[in-house]
Design a protein around this ligand. Structure first.
Ligand code: HDE
Length: 717
């Protein structure tokens, strides 16, 4: 991205920041003794530009406000002070009402093959063409400063800067939504967000308001199954799928329409963490997901997703058991396979979080010729909301002038003025049609966007279509598509969340819906809550279909990547370890395309048996095992003894074991296993590292990512 001079200056100043701070302390002393001397650290040298006000006036002293005498009052004419504080006071803009916490990056989308037969969208016309994109991932419920590992849906919003305008695919990491009609969105979000009197709980759905609302909205239960699954606690943005959710239209050059659903498939595969782990990650590193994305891109390990489309013809629409306009339903990949039509690569960090990630304004209404809306009532409502919200957040109808929101194709129109207008028309005409024949005046073009001329008729009604009435069949299909491990996680999540609900009637009402989904699920949750009596099943608008086949594509574990690529090994080390083994392990990690962090008793590192220094990246209490996908305990006898006295080291091992991680270890680590209470339970995923050659085998084993077979022994989810 081109940097403007303002950004450049901010960066340069950042570089000299620490030097400036040191200087300030000296300056105070000098002030006392000499009464002057600001120049000592403030003067610009050849490497710094001169500090100025916003108006460009050079500043001579940025340490002291203007006052009368040494100890007198500050005076109003201090324009520099007033401008600085004025700007600071107005630094914040309203955070997003939902999806406030997010993280973004730039990249490109590469088209695999022309799709001209189904869409005239310019972005899909030429194989190999790259289109710039900006992507923002987010959680939904938490405030801007909330922790990354909340149990929540993740936003997956992509802005494609196409040659025919910006196309925003504002999706989630879950393919269905809680509600069917946009008019219920404020209620859903109010129920999920903190209670209005106390402003808690923050960034979680484990509370009465959320479950009260949900238990009164049967249509939400399909999505609830997803949010109670491990999909809602992804290992990182890099390991999650994305979905456009709604059915859209592709329209080709002859005006033929094909319904389409969009999917993003991560090339590193899907991965989630365990709930107990998520809770601990939030304490250990609340920025876990944003740090992960930043580090991956910074190190050149660019995350990639393929764009998949499900093309839906009229014949399918007629025979499908559900309505394709109902956003609480998905189309199983087994019924309409996904065609992969391009690749998204995130390869560039932002220069400035606020300018790009915070100010980016997505909208489902940002659409381009060749793509169109369906009548999904949720999508129709969104088309109003996203434009509307930008005025509140960015404060001006000119938010498209901000570089992150500006199209990268030519823009010509007669819209003008307003706050902060940056692109103002030249010349005397600002209307259309006009006959003055001024050359640059824009005109309509037959190539422009045409809405698909769908036939619409009917009475004006406030209704919900009968074809939206089946609320449980796909919830059941999702549940039966999971492996037993994943089903257990759903059961545990429901028990956890409902155990935080203080009103017994709400707990019971939720179980009454679960009975319509799956008996075993309902029974296990009821047992886990210790319900005194099983409620009657909730009254269902339509009976649950039991003939829908399991869809393997809905499971994370059935689609495992079987690779440790992009994952991170935590290597706990002590003095006196075998350097050859350490080096072999590091090499094996690199060969796999993974990363590692060395964790040591002290940040200065450790001395290997041959006196080589191994630098640490984390002190033991700052690098708990929840931050890693697998761990290796490279310990000497003395080191293991020392560490077994440390509670953080014991937790390191106990948690890695409880979270079903692969653990490589040198023999002396037995002392730590003992203290962690797991020495009697070591299993096939605890792998001895006796010699350098064992390192590669250990990393190979880590490709399974987790040893879920252990879970029945540790029972922590
Ligand atoms: Fe959003 N949603 N949403 N949403 N949504 C917003 O727009 C809204 C829905 C999604 O990274 C807001 O700029 C309504 C579904 C993402 O900046 C707001 C309805 C899906 C993001 C809004 C929905 C989403 C938002 C808040 C019900 C998945 C973050 C700030 C009809 C397909 C985009 C903003 C970013 C953000 C409204 C439902 C995804 C208020 C009314 C379904 C990823 O306009």
């Amino acid at each position: 991205m081109a940097k403007n001079s303002h950004q450049k200056m901010a960066k340069d100043n950042g570089k000299s920041d620490s030097a400036t701070k040191k200087g300030s302390a000296q300056f105070v002393d000098q002030q006392v003794s000499v009464g002057n001397g600001g120049e000592t650290h403030q003067q610009a040298d050849a490497n710094n530009s001169v500090l100025t006000t916003q108006q460009g006036t050079p500043v001579s002293d940025d340490q002291n406000s203007l006052r009368i005498g040494n100890r007198g009052p500050t005076i109003m004419e201090d324009f520099h002070f007033r401008e600085k504080i004025f700007h600071f006071d107005h630094e914040r803009i309203p955070e997003r009402v939902v999806h406030a916490r997010g993280y973004g990056a730039h990249g490109y989308f590469e088209t695999y093959k022309p799709l001209s037969d189904i869409t005239s969208a310019d972005i899909f016309q030429r194989a190999g063409e790259q289109t710039p994109v900006f992507v923002r991932f987010s959680t939904v419920a938490g405030n801007k400063g909330s922790a990354d590992l909340a149990r929540d849906v993740r936003g997956f919003a992509v802005k494609f800067y196409t040659k025919q305008g910006n196309w925003d695919l504002v999706g989630n990491n879950i393919p269905v939504f809680f509600i069917q009609d946009a008019i219920k969105f404020p209620d859903l979000i109010h129920a999920a967000k903190p209670e209005p009197d106390r402003e808690f709980p923050q960034a979680q759905t484990a509370h009465d308001n959320f479950w009260d609302f949900i238990s009164l909205m049967p249509e939400s239960f399909h999505m609830v199954m997803w949010t109670m699954s491990d999909r809602a606690i992804p290992r990182s943005f890099r390991f999650m799928e994305g979905f456009g959710v709604h059915t859209f239209r592709f329209v080709n050059a002859s005006g033929k329409s094909t319904f389409v659903k969009f999917h993003w498939k991560p090339l590193l595969g899907l991965q989630s963490v365990a709930w107990n782990e998520a809770v601990k990650i939030n304490g250990a590193d609340p920025d876990f997901h944003r740090r992960d994305l930043w580090k991956a891109i910074e190190s050149g390990d660019f995350p990639e997703w393929e764009l998949g489309v499900q093309l839906i013809d009229e014949e399918f629409v007629a025979k499908f058991a559900f309505d394709i306009l109902d956003a609480t339903k998905l189309i199983p990949e087994e019924e309409i396979p996904i065609q992969r039509v391009g690749k998204l690569v995130l390869n560039q960090l932002v220069d400035n979080f606020f300018a790009e990630t915070e100010q980016v304004a997505f909208g489902t209404n940002n659409i381009v010729p060749g793509i169109d809306f369906s009548n999904d009532p949720l999508l129709q409502g969104r088309n109003f909301s996203y434009l509307d919200t930008q005025l509140k957040r960015l404060g001006s109808p000119n938010f498209t002038h901000i570089p992150i929101n500006a199209p990268k194709c030519p823009v010509h129109h007669f819209q003008q003025d307003g706050h902060m207008a940056m692109m103002n028309p030249k010349g005397p005409t600002n209307f259309e049609p006009n006959s003055r024949g001024i050359q640059d005046d824009p005109r309509e073009s037959p190539e422009g966007f045409h809405s698909y001329p769908a036939q619409e008729s009917g009475e004006k009604l406030r209704v919900r279509s009968e074809s939206f009435a089946d609320h449980y069949s796909q919830a059941r299909q999702f549940y039966i598509s999971q492996t037993p491990t994943e089903q257990n996680h759903i059961v545990s999540a429901l028990i956890f969340e409902l155990s935080k609900v203080e009103t017994p009637a709400i707990r019971s009402r939720v179980v009454s819906h679960l009975l319509n989904i799956h008996n075993d699920l309902a029974q296990q949750v009821a047992d886990g809550l210790r319900l005194k009596a099983m409620p009657a099943p909730a009254k269902a608008a339509k009976p649950t279909r039991t003939d829908l086949k399991a869809s393997d594509a809905l499971s994370i574990l059935k689609n495992g990547p079987k690779s440790f690529k992009g994952r991170k090994l935590g290597i706990l080390v002590s003095d006196g370890i075998d350097i050859k083994l350490f080096n072999a392990l590091v090499q094996a990690v690199k060969d796999e395309g993974a990363t590692y962090e060395v964790i040591a008793p002290m940040i200065g590192g450790v001395k290997a048996s041959d006196s080589t220094w191994i630098d640490a990246m984390q002190k033991i209490n700052g690098g708990p095992s929840v931050l890693y996908d697998a761990v290796a305990l490279l310990l000497s006898e003395d080191g293991a003894k020392l560490l077994s006295q440390e509670s953080t080291a014991r937790d390191f091992v106990a948690d890695a074991f409880a979270h079903c991680k692969f653990i490589g270890y040198t023999q002396p680590a037995a002392a730590l296993f003992d203290k962690a209470g797991v020495s009697q339970s070591l299993d096939d995923a605890c792998i001895a590292l006796a010699k350098a050659a064992d390192a590669a085998n250990f990393i190979k084993a880590c490709r399974a990512l987790r040893f879920w077979e252990r879970e029945s022994k540790v029972s922590v989810v």
